[in-house]
Design a protein around this ligand. Structure first.
Ligand code: PLP
Length: 449
């Protein structure tokens, strides 16, 4: 299997190259050159365990990785989850289900991808002998999941920039209380955007990048999307057989990575009925799906902070397919949007995806209502999935454990949500490094460590 760029200006590459590069050299995102038809496999895959299913699925894509090596990578990736089903389904009523994606080490769905990516990197370093330095910027969950995915991995040093005082205290503890000597949380004075801008400039210095073996772990990496496809397959198999083809999957959405993974699974021949993109008050995608107009707005901080995003980078992958694999059209849309902050589609093809928007007041009310009606505690991101009228059976993807957001939970239902792993963190020492948000300061810190 070869991998192409959405922008179509570079030759196809292998799986390992696409993963190691992250972003394609023409600025596009990697996708499989052709999407395989999974329908013939479904009967055999239905009875597999989560790890077996992941291995079978990945083997279709990671064709340049030896199968025994792939098996080891996958097995190691799901050992730190605290539920035997890895991605269990809770039934709230006959036609309302929750897919819990928060049983990994940092209690958010990003662990599915970053545990896997950490093991892929480790295997790649063992093969090539070249150590790498991972640099990322985070507003919370991604940094914690990346740090835990790369913790203690031979040949990997991890540097994560975050805005000091602007991530939640528990998210900060997940990044800074690991005790690992290959992890460097870098607290910067400034906003997430300052951190992100400084990081991008560091990546543009090709000499420095080569010197330290620079690598990125943001959600544009195709390995993350593919690892997320697996829980859509697993969920489809675990839903009651008589209704599973009628169930709409509702996905709390920020960067469009999660829902894209599900939509790809559907496109590969798995008969999922459809998807709903559930945004918070940062609703660029909801507006797009309702009106066909993709228009930038200011980011307004919300109770569901991991979805406080305006430019959804993975939307470019959806665009590539919805424009019939026309790379020139993708380039036109992206460059117009970059220059003017807006693109008006003449006939936007939503392809079975609907959308909703939930503001902060509604988030609190929904947490309360879901708790009262079903005895279930939803975190603020998951709450966005419960918005609106239910039209037929729904599976809401729960992207984080409520204990990560204790203030909102107490305010909504009058009682605490806790998790043992977070309680342990509170007793540990915080180790973080203060760095100026300038490319020079970041490079100097990385060289020194
Ligand atoms: C990252 C994140 C999201 C958004 O997922 P995308 O793939 O960016 O759409 C939603 N909920 C939580 C808890 C997250 O950490």
């Amino acid at each position: 299997m070869k991998y192409i760029s959405t922008r179509g200006l570079v030759p196809p590459v292998s799986f390992s190259t696409a993963i190691a590069e992250g972003l394609a050299p023409d600025g596009g995102l990697y996708l499989p050159a052709e999407l395989p038809d999974l329908a013939p496999f479904l009967k055999d895959w239905e009875s597999l365990s989560y790890a077996q299913l992941c291995e079978a699925f990945m083997a279709v894509f990671a064709t340049d990785i030896d199968r025994a090596e792939l098996q080891g990578i996958v097995e190691r990736s799901y050992t730190k989850f605290d539920h035997a089903d890895i991605a269990p389904i809770q039934k709230l009523s006959d036609d309302l289900f929750v897919l819990e994606l928060f049983h990994g080490p940092t209690l958010a769905f990003k662990d599915f991808a970053l545990q896997f990516l950490g093991n892929l990197y480790e295997a790649q370093i063992a093969r090539t002998g070249n150590p790498i330095s991972v640099l990322g910027a985070t507003s919370g969950d991604t940094g914690a999941a990346a740090i835990h995915g790369l913790l203690g991995k031979t040949g990997v040093k991890t540097f994560i920039l975050y805005p000091d005082g602007r991530v939640s205290p528990l998210q900060e503890r997940q990044m800074t209380c690991t005790g690992a000597n290959n992890v460097f949380p870098l607290a910067i004075k400034g906003s997430f955007d300052d951190a992100q801008a400084a990081m991008k400039t560091v990546f543009e210095d090709r000499v420095f990048a080569a010197e330290v073996g620079l690598s990125a772990v943001n959600s544009i990496n195709l390995a993350r999307i593919l690892a997320q496809c697996v829980y859509y397959l697993s969920a489809f198999f675990r839903l009651p057989a008589e209704i599973r083809e009628d169930v709409t999957f509702v996905v709390p959405t920020g960067n469009f990575g999660n829902v894209l993974a599900g939509w790809l699974v559907q496109r590969m021949g798995v008969p999922i009925k459809g998807f709903r993109v559930a945004t918070n008050q940062n609703d660029i995608l909801h507006r797009l799906f309702q009106t066909g107009i993709y228009q930038l707005d200011e980011v307004a901080p919300s109770l569901a902070p991991s979805m406080d995003i305006q430019v959804a980078s993975n939307f470019e992958r959806f665009l590539y397919y919805s424009e019939d694999c026309d790379s020139a059209k993708v380039r036109e849309v992206i460059s117009t949007f970059k220059q003017t902050g807006k693109y008006v589609f003449e006939d936007f093809k939503s392809d079975g995806i609907s959308s909703s928007r939930t503001n902060d007041t509604e988030i609190g009310a929904i947490i309360k209502r879901v708790y009262e009606r079903y005895g279930y505690v939803a975190d603020p991101h998951t709450a966005c999935g419960f918005t609106g009228l239910f039209d037929g059976p729904q599976l809401v993807l729960s992207t984080a454990h409520p204990a990560k957001f204790p203030d909102t939970i107490v305010e909504s239902i009058g009682q605490d949500s806790t998790h043992p792993s977070l309680e342990t963190l509170k007793a540990r020492q915080i180790v973080k490094h203060s760095v100026e948000p300038t490319p020079a300061a970041i490079k100097a810190f990385m060289r020194a460590h």
